[in-house]
Structure formats: C-alpha cells, structure tokens
Design a protein around this ligand. Structure first.
Ligand SMILES: Nc1ncnc2c1ncn2[C@@H]1O[C@H](COP(=O)(O)OP(=O)(O)OP(=O)(O)O)[C@@H](O)[C@H]1O
Ligand SMILES: [Mg+2]
Length: 268
C-alpha cells in the first residue's frame, strides 16, 4: 500500500505554546485514519499543517511522494485534497445546492469572462456541475433541503452539506475536522455510513479528527493519538485502545469515564 501523505518531524509553535512537537505521521492510501487526543492536543493544528494553512517551524510534508515545507493551496486542489472545518464553513445565505457546487470552483476552467458571456464551455461546465451536485444530493440524502438556504437547517444536515461540498471534487485525500461534533447518535451513525461510502466509492483516503471514541474505534483503519502536541501512540484501533499512554492521557480528563469504558475499568 502506498503512502499518500507523510509528515516527518513536524513542529509548530504559537508564541510559547508547542502545538506540535516533532510529529511523524504516515497516511496510507485508501485508509480511514483518525487523529485523536484531548482538547488542545494539536489535532486541528495538524490538519492545518497538512492543508498548508499553517507552515510548520520544522519538518517536512510528503504528498504523493513529493516533499514540501508548506503545501501551496493551488497545488493541494490539483492533487485532490479537500477538507472540512471544525466550525462550519458554509455560506449561510446560499442554498444547499450552491454550497455544494462551490466545492468545484477551483476546478472550473471557464474564465469569469467566459462565464459572464455564457460561452459554450462555460455552459457545459454549468451543466456538468449541476449533474455532479445532483448526484451528491442523492448520495447524501439531501434532496428535501436542496433549494433551502443553509441558515436555519439542522446542524447535522449542515455538516452533511459540508461533506458533500468536500466530496464533489472527488478528492484523493479528504480531511474531516470533527464532522460529527454536536450530532445526535442517530446522525453520527448516518455520518459514519456516509464517510465509509465515500472511501469505498471514490477510493478517497480519509483523515478524521473525532472525539467520539465509539465512532473512532468503529470506523478507523488506523489511529494516531496526540497529547500536548506529541504523538503518544499510533496503530490499529485494538492496539491503541489498550495502549497505556493513551489511557493515561484520557484518564486525566473529566470525560475519562466516556473513553473506552472497558479498558478504563480494567485499569481502575
Ligand atoms: N492560531 C493559534 N494561535 C495561538 N495558539 C493556537 C492557535 N491554534 C492553536 N493554538 C494552540 O495550539 C494548541 C493546539 O490547538 P489545536 O486547536 O490544534 O488543538 P485540538 O487538538 O484541535 O483541540 P480541540 O479538541 O479543542 O479542537 C492549543 O494549545 C491551542 O491553544
Ligand atoms: Mg480542534
């Protein structure tokens, strides 16, 4: 199996805070790879480094075998990397359809002038976009909401629109930052199915940041655990679940009771 993304010795500082310390990470093609860890562990920072939003202070990033210090956004789009954000990043006044179509913007080849003048290629692209949006609407079961503005839709539906927007360009690599935060358990179960389907149907490699441990343990092929910016564990779910350092990192928290109850009981 090839590695689609590799981070080697990545460190990132914010003033006195070490968000990431010498982190090594390998993402294998076709896997669902979760990044977990307590609040402030560096998960979002890691995603931001992987998508060129933050430039690491040291270390390197290898995407599809090519080494980068910072990943340029245009390059990422061309290589097929998409992401969703921890806080919804949708255009609230636009409809569900329009928000999803925006996921293709960087791909459209017709220039703005051609679009304005309605030239042939622009018209063809509009039709293609429309067909792609419709496919995603069906796949993610959004038909009932497609023409409604995003503002006012239930949170779980908005998260699904965000997933649709990220998927429409058929990314090779998709990074999801807490796609299930604030969802009911039914919505989480539905989202789990959709994320798996995305991987299986589009062969999309998925990096997932998620707090819900039953979701993470159920969906992941591989798990990396961060604590205070340090990678404290890395392995298959079964290995991570019984890892001493991981249990300790979580037992220091109030919500430790919610984490891996069986393992926690064993330790206690
Ligand atoms: N833009 C920033 N400016 C200053 N400090 C930051 C910035 N982004 C993150 N940090 C700090 O870096 C550390 C890691 O934050 P990060 O957001 O990556 O954690 P996280 O694991 O995503 O947490 P959460 O589970 O709460 O989303 C924290 O101490 C945070 O306060
Ligand atoms: Mg975060």
């Amino acid at each position: 199996m090839t590695n689609i993304l590799e981070l080697i010795g990545v460190s990132l500082q914010f003033g006195g805070v070490s968000a990431l310390r010498d982190v090594n990470l390998t993402i294998r093609s076709g896997e669902i790879h979760s990044i977990i860890g307590p609040n402030g562990a560096g998960k979002s920072s890691l995603l931001n480094v992987m998508t060129g939003i933050y430039q690491p202070d040291s270390g390197s990033i290898h995407l599809d075998g090519q080494a980068f210090k910072t990943l340029p956004a245009s390059r990422l789009a061309r290589l097929g990397v998409a992401r969703t954000f921890q806080n919804l990043a949708l255009f609230k006044g636009l409809s569900v359809r329009d928000n999803i179509a925006l996921g293709l913007t960087h791909q459209a080849r017709a220039t703005v002038w051609e679009q304005v003048l309605g030239l042939k290629r622009a018209r063809r692209e509009v039709l293609q976009t429309d067909a792609a949006v419709s496919r995603l609407i069906t796949k993610l079961d959004l038909a009932d909401y497609q023409n409604r503005p995003v503002a006012g839709l239930p949170y779980g539906i908005q998260k699904r629109v965000e997933l649709a927007r990220a998927l429409i360009a058929r990314p090779k690599l998709l990074l999801l930052d807490e796609p299930m935060a604030g969802m009911t358990s039914t919505e989480k179960a539905e989202m789990t199915v959709l994320i798996r389907a995305a991987r299986d149907e589009y062969q999309t490699t998925i990096v997932l940041v998620e707090h819900d441990m039953s979701v993470v343990m159920g969906i992941s092929d591989w798990i990396t655990v961060l604590d205070h910016g340090v990678r404290i564990a890395d392995g298959r779910p079964a290995e991570v679940q019984t890892n001493k350092a991981v249990i300790e990192a979580y037992l220091g928290l109030e919500e430790a009771d919610d984490f891996l109850p069986e393992t926690a009981e064993l330790v206690a």
